[in-house]
Design a protein around this ligand. Structure first.
Ligand code: GUN
Length: 295
């Protein structure tokens, strides 16, 4: 058997076009476009790449976007006052502070300072709580993107056994909340595994749906899967590879070669979950704008 590929690139492009046409419709009615502010502190190359991609996606969808690049030595108080300014800026619906922040800055303090109503990343504890009790709020973009991939690929989650490998605040925990929530893309029975889980393969082999988000290259192999499982790979890892021009290759948390012989559906890396994160960021920012403008 060879797994069907879930085309995240195509699904993300569809969502970006849908968001773009909703924005065009609003601006044609004389409404202001959604506004996103992205804050980048320091020169982490991966973060620079992500921030550039977010800016480009905003432009294409007709958003107002502002990018704030600050040097690595920026103080915590300075960053907090920038966040306060953006909280008060009526043209801004979403504030995204790119993580990780330099070590001298208390990340939690900065995330807590973002107005929960502009927290399009869904990292503020108010939004974490909203998700856990099923209230309206913002859901982190990557797990929201995974749910959208499942829904748009026609994969039933209701009554299924979903195993999430990884317990991060950004992916694993909110993913569990989404899959266990009532309604479409939810209603699953959920198990969260992590680095201290005993006998991981005995659990992953029971999964109808497996979400790998642990940040360890190719740790999930075909023999750890149930035949016909749906496998969603959130990992993006760089591993040394002397045969490549760059000296490395990019791979997921799933061993593609063996897993694709056992799974029924799989997301590739790259081109699976990755593009969905930006698409859902646009979705969340448009939603924030609608709540603010339309009430
Ligand atoms: N760093 C890696 N992923 C993310 C994300 O989704 N949001 C933010 N703010 N930083 C990140």
């Amino acid at each position: 058997m060879s797994a069907a590929m879930i085309d995240g690139k195509k699904i993300a492009a569809d969502i970006r076009l849908e968001v773009g046409s909703r924005v065009a419709e609003r601006t044609a009615r004389g409404l202001r476009p959604p506004g996103l502010a992205v804050v980048l502190v320091g020169e982490n190359p991966a973060s620079q790449f992500y921030v550039r991609s977010k800016g480009k996606a905003c432009k294409e969808a007709g958003f107002h976007s502002e990018q704030y690049d600050r040097p690595a030595h920026t103080g915590e108080e300075e960053l907090l006052s920038l966040v306060a300014e953006l909280n008060a800026n009526p043209a801004i619906d979403g504030i995204l502070v790119q993580l990780p922040l330099p070590k001298h800055i208390n990340e939690e303090r900065v995330l807590l300072a973002i107005d929960p109503e502009k927290d399009v990343d869904g990292f503020h504890p108010v939004n974490v709580g909203n998700l856990s009790v099923g209230r309206k709020g913002f859901v982190p973009c990557t797990p929201l993107g995974v749910r959208e991939l499942l829904i748009r690929s026609g994969i039933e989650t209701r009554g299924k056994f979903a195993v999430i490998v990884g317990r991060s605040n950004i992916v694993g925990k909110p993913m569990a909340q989404l899959l266990v929530a009532k309604g479409k893309g939810g209603d699953a029975t959920v198990c969260v595994c992590h680095s201290a889980t005993d006998d991981l393969p005995s659990i992953t082999r029971q999964a109808d749906i497996l979400v790998a988000a642990i940040g360890r290259p190719e740790i999930i192999t075909g023999e750890m899967l149930k035949p016909g499982a749906v496998v969603i790979d959130v990992g993006i890892n760089r591993v040394d590879d002397a045969t490549k021009e760059k000296g490395y290759r990019v791979c997921g948390d799933v061993h593609f070669e063996t897993a694709s012989k056992v799974a029924s559906h799989m997301t590739p890396v790259p081109g699976g979950v990755g593009p969905m994160t930006i698409a859902m960021l646009l979705h969340n920012t448009l939603e924030s704008c609608r709540r603010r403008v339309d009430g």
